[in-house]
Design a protein. Sequence first.
Length: 187
Amino acid sequence: MLGPRDRVIGQIYIEGDLRVGGVVEGEVEVTGDVEIDDMAKVKASLAGRDVTIRGHVNGAVVARKRLVVAKSGSLFGDVRVARLAIQDGATFSGKVSMGAGAATAPLVKAVEAPVPEPEPKAATEVEKPAAPIVAVPLVAAPKITPPAIIKTAAPAPVAELRVAGKDGKGKPVAAPIKGKPNKKKRR
């Protein structure tokens, strides 16, 4: 456990669990679970089995089982996780790679961006819930080709039709018969 007045700069590798209450900068790799407490400030890449963030994290996170960003937590960095939970009110900015295979890839270095400090709120100000962030895969639009243009020089020839009469011989007709067929019975 790193207390609220503890500060670590560099690389940390721990066999077991880690709970951070102070300041950490660099790289953190843990075989067990990682918990970032409310007042903790982490500017490092994190890797662990289950990672729970209640404080401020600026860096890439790899959670082999599950990542939870609590309502008091903020995370600025790309994540690779098997499972992800972001509670209402939490802050998250980054890319998400999710699934069983995503968490087994090698660790990414920390993001070099400043950790924003939360602004103090007035006593009468009501906190509005943040809109959920949803990752959507991009899909390339299909290539549309213009339709082929068919040129004709003259209209197609009309076939000659023969209509049978009473004598059984057909008489030629120049165009197909249009309209409704005559339903009168012949005698």
